[in-house]
Design a protein around this ligand. Structure first.
Ligand SMILES: [Zn+2]
Length: 422
């Protein structure tokens, strides 16, 4: 959004400072005192919707509700404005666009994944046969993610978790939680009751996510429980529509929405044909997982994954009791796009030899061509390949890529995993 649009929205947001303090569980002493989000000192609230931490006793910081949210939630300006507009139902009337060049030059510090290569932001459908322990698995995932533990070798980023366990009771959950977590876990919010879609659920989710910005994933157990009665007859359009509404919420808040679902009874050679309902469910989901019983033994399952953000995969898992765990026994993860495969491994070889490298895109392109005369990527495109594959490079080759602007030059920095940052 441009400066003018941002300042218009700031005007509309200005009266909401006190609402934000109340909503956001910030220490707030009505009518005129709060905690300075910058130094933690005492800040005053003014009639015009601004706050000020006096220089005499504090740090001198001040501003409106956007400045407060930026400090308090550590968000850049535009992100804070969007977040607050969602919270207070203010429409952003100006279409928020960027140019294709800007997108290709962006560096995303805010990762696309909650669990690298496995659970991305957006809507994920997770279908499994009955009695396979889907609810146990959901709770186990919630626990691992809330504590930042990896899942089958895929690194996870710790965040808060909302678990809508709509087929459970709190006493059963208490026993499960203790078995799964051993008595200690991160922040997991649990709800055993919620409205259905089209009758309040969307509002409940939006209200919750607006006031809990640290929540990175919402698990819905099960999708059936939040659909309207008779929705099994809704057909393709009904399925697609329901998923679109869920995906809209996930995208709006930048969270993962994991919808647990069941499989149909009829067997099929294609695991994804086993998802109950029409293809409208999978068609709208960003990624889909199907968990089926492995015929080898009772406690073994196969997990198939496919989607827009993840590579096709097949995992063999073994369910263990004491301690409760889903152990990865075998896994096949599809290769990355062959067109870039070669360039990426050449870059990786270059960095691993040097451990660390810094310079401009032109210098990097020249050095790579010197290493292999057939390496033919223009400097600009090279930066874009690196940007687009940053998490993949870290995951596969263990090296970090970053870029910073010094004066008028963009300096790239590549560091092998083991090496100290320059
Ligand atoms: Zn202060």
């Amino acid at each position: 959004m441009d400066k003018e649009a941002a300042s218009k929205l700031r005007e509309q947001l200005r009266p909401h400072l006190k609402d934000f303090l109340r909503n956001g569980n910030v220490d707030f002493y009505p009518p005129a005192l709060t905690v300075c989000p910058h130094c933690g000192g005492q800040a005053g609230l003014n009639e015009d919707g601004t706050w000020l931490c006096p220089k005499l006793t504090g740090c001198g910081a001040g501003g409106d509700v956007v400045d407060y949210a930026m400090e308090n939630l550590r968000m850049p300006e535009n992100e804070a404005i969007r977040f607050l507009c969602r919270m207070f139902g203010i429409r952003i009337t100006e279409l928020d666009y960027v140019t294709s060049d800007e997108v290709m030059d962006m560096e995303f510090h805010d990762p696309v994944f909650v669990v690298d290569g496995l659970l991305s932001k957006g809507l994920t459908l997770f279908a499994g046969t009955s009695k396979i322990g889907k609810s146990w698995l959901a709770l186990w995932l919630a626990h691992r993610i809330s504590t930042g533990q990896s899942i089958w070798g895929f690194a996870s980023r710790p965040c808060e978790v909302m678990y809508l366990c709509l087929e459970d009771t709190l006493d059963r959950l208490q026993r499960r939680l203790i078995e799964v977590t051993g008595g200690e876990t991160g922040t997991i919010y649990l709800a055993t009751d919620a409205e259905i879609m089209g009758n309040g659920l969307e509002e409940q989710l939006i209200g919750f996510l607006s006031t809990h910005p640290k929540v990175g994933i919402v698990i819905i157990d099960t999708l059936q429980k939040i659909r309207e009665l008779g929705s099994e007859k809704a057909g393709y359009a009904g399925d697609y529509n329901a998923m679109t509404r869920l995906k809209g919420i996930a995208d709006r808040f930048g969270v993962t929405l994991l919808a647990i679902h069941h499989t149909r009874k009829a067997k099929s050679n294609d695991p994804f044909q086993m998802v109950s309902g029409t293809t409208g469910l999978m068609g709208c989901a960003d990624n889909t997982f199907v968990m089926l019983k492995d015929n080898r033994a009772e406690n073994r399952t196969k997990l198939f994954g496919t989607g827009r953000d993840i590579r096709d995969m097949e995992l063999s898992l073994c369910f263990q009791k004491n301690p409760m765990d889903w152990v990865l026994e075998d896994c096949t993860v599809g290769g990355f796009r062959p067109s870039r495969d070669r360039e990426l491994s050449q870059i990786a070889a270059f960095i691993l030899e040097r451990q660390a490298w810094e310079g401009t895109a032109t210098e990097l392109a020249e050095a790579l061509t010197a290493q292999d005369a057939e390496f033919d990527v223009k400097p600009n495109a090279l930066v874009r390949i690196l940007n687009a594959n940053a998490s993949l490079l870290a995951e596969h080759y263990g090296f970090q890529f970053s870029a910073k602007r010094v004066a008028n030059t963009k300096l790239l920095r590549l560091t092998a995993g083991e090496a100290e940052a320059i």
